[in-house]
Structure formats: C-alpha cells, structure tokens
Design a protein around this ligand. Structure first.
Ligand SMILES: Cc1cc2nc3c(=O)[nH]c(=O)nc-3n(C[C@H](O)[C@H](O)[C@H](O)COP(=O)(O)OP(=O)(O)OC[C@H]3O[C@@H](n4cnc5c(N)ncnc54)[C@H](O)[C@@H]3O)c2cc1C
Length: 396
C-alpha cells in the first residue's frame, strides 16, 4: 500500500474538484425524505451528471462503461465528493455498488451488454430481494420458490426489507430452485424486472418516518431463464460475490460521510452550553472525539487494503467482514457520543436553538440499521471467527 499521491492522482483530484465546484451549483434542492418519486429523480439525475462527466462507475472497468480508476483514485473520488457535499449514491446504491459489480463478475456477455450501462447512466434503478420473513441472518433458509416452466421460472414467495423497491426497475432476487438439495445448494440468483405481473410492493415505515424499505409479495411471477446469473442452484456462490461488494466497497462512501459527521459533531460540541463554557471545553469529550477520528483514519487504511485486494483478485474477500463490523461499531459509538453531547436537544430530529444536532440524531438512528443491514454484527463476528481465524463452527 503506497500512501503517497502520484502526480496523475493529484491531477485527478484537482480536475474532479474543479468539476464538482461547478456541477454542484446546478443541483436542484434535495427532495423530502419520503418523496420517493422526487428522490429517484434527484439521485438518478446526479448519476447522469456523473456519467456525462466520466465519473460514473468510478472503479468499474472501462470495457463496461466505467472509468477504470485505480483504487487510490476511487478513494480520492469519495474524499472529494464528500468534502464538496455532493449527493451520495442514494437509490443507485444496489445497482451501482453491488448488483452491477456482481453482473460484471459473473454475468453473461448479453447480461453485461443489457444491464450495466443503464445503471451507470442512472436510467435504471435496482433493489435487493434477498431477505425473507424467515430468512435474514440465516439467508440460506429462504423459501421463495422458482419452478421451471419452459424458458421461464415461475416465482412465488415473499421478500422483506427490500430497500428502494418502490422505485426500482429491477431486483437482484434469490430464489429456491431445488427444494430437495441441501439449503445452500438449491438457490439461484435472478434478475427480476419489477414491472412483471404478480409483484406487489408494500412500503414499511421506519423510525425516522420514511419508507426506506418494503415487503415484496410475488405470486406466479414469470422470469425468463436467461435472467439467471450463474448456474441454476449455484446462486449462493453468486450471492457471496454480491455480499463481498455490499459489505466491503459499498460501505466506503459511508465511511467518508462518517468523517464529515464527526467534524459536524465538533461544531455541535462547541455550541452546546456546559456551565460557563461549551461541551468542547470538556477534555473528556475532546478525547472521545479524538479517539473516534483515529478510528475513522484506521478504517480508511483498512479500506484501502480491501480495495487493493479487490483490484488484484476481482473481489474484496472476507476482510470486508472485519471492516463492516468495525464500521458498524464505530457508528454506534459516534451516535452515542452525539446524543450525550446534545443532551435534551437530542430529543428532536430537527436542529434546536441553532445547534446543528438534527443530522447527529439521524446518524444515531441510522447506526442501529448499519449493524443489521448486509449481515448483522453478530453474523460478521461468526464469519471472522470461523472463516478468518479458523475457530470451531457454532453448533447448528
Ligand atoms: C436499513 C436496512 C436495509 C436493508 N435492506 C435490505 C435489502 O435491500 N434487501 C434485503 O434482502 N434485505 C435487506 N435488509 C435486511 C437485512 O439483511 C436483515 O435484516 C439482516 O440480514 C438480519 O436479518 P433479520 O432482520 O431477519 O434478523 P434475524 O436474522 O432474525 O436476527 C435477529 C437477531 O439474532 C442474531 N442472530 C441471528 N443468527 C445468529 C447467529 N447465528 N449467531 C449469533 N447471533 C445471531 C442477529 O444478529 C440479530 O441480532 C435490510 C436491513 C436494514 C436494517
């Protein structure tokens, strides 16, 4: 790992900074959290701006329309977009950060030609239909059935916690194609067009008042066999590829955002009154914030390692479980500290008395979902223990 920036990397940074300073001026106001049509329009038009400027799919290979940036350039991209306050991927999360990369890794030439460019252009939005009411951590227990009927699968079942389902054009869907095989061996990974008859999407409301995810009911939904990624019954292996991107590189942008949130917390601490001074005058608070800043730096270095590995092997590998776990725990500690600093002002999702605390309170709520989404912290600990450290398997 080389931590110095080459001349071309520095040029990449200054070109990007110049582009961002103009592009961000043209952005419309951000839509409300629960205005899903508005959020899709906002996020996909930002994606289109990135595409037109040559920054979409920053680390995707150029042969699939990406920029083919080096891992260091990809990190510079995240640093600069975050520092400039540019929008994050939003509803493009699944498509650009893990469905697209899975298709690049394992799709047929026809699937690559059909699905990749529309993701990069922001023309098509994806969601993820993995979890079911009885299959979350134990995902391989999933029951949604796909029965072969000629050149189609007929899919019936129910998915839950499907982020962005209400605005998605496609879903990366895990189905059971062989109910008699051992549970990990009878699964297939399908591309489901969300306008197929037989799909019902019911949004779920979260604690912050928005419907980030939905239940998705599937009744006799016909999916062409050519929409399968990987072999029939080999979907668990494909899902592991998806997870390696979802748990690894997909969280990198969030880590950059966490640095900004932490800097925001310094401002909050300076404004919150404590006796004669502010919370920032308390050396204990400053020490805790310093610790968290050091952890963000350490995770950034670990991320560079994962990304370098992904570049060499095509997938970030198991080390991503360590990063995802450490990131989730960090977000919890940051949220808890923010609430302690804010005191009673932390009771509101809005800024109170001019103190910019609303973002911190939202961050605290968000931390609760980070340690569940993409595999809970307990499950990541099991993976680290069993598959990295070689400890005995938990009893089944
Ligand atoms: C914000 C958010 C977005 C999400 N988006 C999507 C999405 O787009 N698509 C999708 O398919 N899913 C999505 N999910 C679902 C997510 O993947 C599941 O919530 C997660 O896998 C946990 O499953 P579960 O909720 O069924 O909890 P359970 O698996 O029922 O777990 C309950 C508790 O038991 C613990 N536990 C379970 N098994 C073990 C074990 N073997 N050892 C130790 N502890 C264990 C868990 O850690 C947890 O604390 C999302 C979740 C969140 C929070």
């Amino acid at each position: 790992m080389d931590l110095r920036y080459s001349e071309s990397e520095q040029r990449f940074r200054s070109d990007l900074r110049a582009w961002l300073s103009e592009a961000l001026l043209t952005l419309p106001p951000k839509p409300a959290d629960d205005d899903w049509a508005g959020r899709r329009a906002f996020d996909t038009s930002w994606q289109r701006m990135l595409f037109d400027a040559g920054y979409a799919g920053i680390d995707w290979p150029t042969e699939y329309g990406g920029r083919g940036a080096t891992p260091t350039e990809a990190l510079i991209f995240l640093e600069e977009t975050e520092a400039a306050g540019a929008p994050y991927v939003g509803v493009n999360f699944v498509g650009s950060l893990h469905a697209g990369p899975t298709i690049i890794a394992d799709g047929t030439p026809e699937q690559k030609a059909r699905y990749l460019e529309p993701i990069l252009r922001g023309d098509e939005v994806w969601c993820q239909g993995f979890s079911e009411p009885g299959a979350g951590s134990d995902l391989a227990s999933l029951q949604t059935r796909a029965v072969r009927d000629g050149d189609h699968y007929v899919v019936t079942g129910a998915k839950i916690w499907t982020s962005f389902a209400q605005v998605a054009d496609f879903c990366e869907l895990l189905v059971r194609t062989d109910p008699d095989a051992p549970k990990h061996r009878g699964i297939s990974w399908l591309i489901l067009p969300m306008d197929t008859p037989g799909i019902e999407v019911r949004p779920l409301r979260t604690i912050v008042g928005s419907s980030e995810f939905s239940e998705v009911f599937l009744t006799d939904v016909r999916v062409p066999v050519e929409n399968r990624v990987g072999e029939e019954n080999d979907g668990w292996r494909v899902a592991m590829i998806t997870f390696s991107f979802e748990r690894g590189t997909a969280f990198v942008g969030e880590l950059a955002q966490t640095g900004r949130l932490l800097r925001g917390l310094v401002e909050v601490a300076k404004q919150v009154r404590r006796g004669e001074g502010s919370a920032w005058d308390d050396p204990g608070i400053r020490r805790e914030i310093g610790h968290l800043a050091a952890e963000v730096d350490a995770l950034w270095a670990l991320t560079k390692r994962n990304i370098t590995r992904a570049e060499q092997t095509g997938s970030p590998g198991l080390g991503v479980s360590v990063s995802k776990l450490a990131y989730s725990e960090l977000r919890h500690r940051l949220g808890d500290l923010a609430i302690r600093i804010l005191g009673r002002w932390g009771l509101s999702l809005d800024d109170v008395a001019g103190v910019p605390g609303g973002e911190q309170v939202r961050g605290w709520f968000y931390a609760m979902s980070v340690s569940i989404a993409a595999g809970t912290s307990q499950v990541q600990r099991n993976i680290v223990a069993e598959r990295i450290l070689g400890l005995p398997k938990e009893p089944s």
